[in-house]
Design a protein around this ligand. Sequence first.
Ligand code: AMP
Length: 474
Amino acid sequence: MRRYANVQMNDVQIIMMRLIMEFTHQHIKTRKHLHIRTFAHPHIHAIFAVMNILILGSGGRESAFAWKLAQSAKCDKLFIAPGNAGTPQYGTNVNIKVTDFEGIKQFVLAKGINLVLVGPEEPLVKGVHDFFLADEQLKNIPVIGPQAEGAQLEGSKDFSKQFMQRNNIPTAASRTFTRDTLQEGMAYLATAGLPVVLKADGLAAGKGVLICTSLQEAQLELAEMLTEAKFGEASSKVVIEQFLQGIELSVFVLTDGNSYKILPEAKDYKRIGEGDTGLNTGGMGSVSPVPFADAAFMQKVEERVVIPTVNGLKKEGIPYKGFIFIGLMNTQGEPWVIEYNCRMGDPETESVMPRIESDFVDLLQGVAEGTLHEKELIISSKTAATVVCVAGGYPGEYMTGQAITGLDNMRGSHVFQAGTARQGEDVIATGGRVLAVTSLQDDMFAALQQATADAARIYYDGMNFRKDIGFDLL
Ligand code: AMP
């Protein structure tokens, strides 16, 4: 007799069970459109390896995760906390904040959640994974996303720069200063070339990076960041960094702490205005694949950045199960790391998920169980393009509460909702980035054209979107 998924069974029974499992997975797959879900008992859950999954977050990224996970025969019940007006298409919304760890615990236990996928960085940096590991009742429930120590790759620019330097990962030369070393920082700026980059050490809602073109501006900003807390506690330390010239792209790695898979790369568009002009935003669109990230470039990325990063974490005893988002600059064909994030990007996820053909629940299970090396990652050769529809006024103070029409008018795209809520019969805009319209097509031109045309089929007061997403890549 052996224990299998907590049930006593002999070898013959185990073989029978596995045969039934295989048959049932096929059965579920073929009847999935009927939404037939049959397993309720926790032991049966484990034996059949179907899971109840909780996604934390509410943006377009979490919509894309939910869309992808809901397609898996291994996903039984899917919950999104807190979700948005679009996520009930894929699962059930739960009104819990991503940083309400106690509320998450109660829900996870009540609903028999078998896996938690963390979307945004805040709960990771605040230690949601550590909270699970420290709790007797939660410690065996896998969380996808690093513990607070690993999340420092994003939570502290100083930590990530030191990590890269220790592990010989190509990155811009830099030094870190505090209020106590402000005068040294001023002197360092006088010797640094221009432009020069100033980065608040901590999380600053994507606003903590300044590119200064004159010494006077740089010194003024450094003083404001360190002595006047320009970005609050986040700028109590400032990294001063050499400016890198080139084209940016985002590379995504999924790791179980030992092995890794490189997910489809993407390019995102940060500026509000067409032709990459105007203020920075959370992201106005994305495209995957990125033509200049050819096999030769990606090989350099893997050898010089991905492998040393995963090995560096391991060597330094930093546990890491989750995504590593590597922001890269391609400088004349050479990759340089601009930043790490400890989660997937938004709106990149909306272009990355549609290109993953493998069962994503199976891959996440590989991360949870440390068997990622046994899993296969199949990537579509098609192009995914995402156009983000934002609220009037964004990225400044923006309008909210407008009813959205045209969501059902898509001709060749899927809408991943982001800053939306339900109000009676209406879907209304509630956030700066309201919707992400994604099209997956055989060639890049068709994908860009379709996503842009479908975005134009949506309407709400003040709506804005860029009509040039990805056209620079053609
Ligand atoms: P980060 O928050 O580190 O991603 O920085 C935000 C943005 O600032 C990046 O996406 C780049 O466009 C730009 N940036 C950051 N560091 C550098 C650098 N060393 N050289 C050039 N641009 C940079």
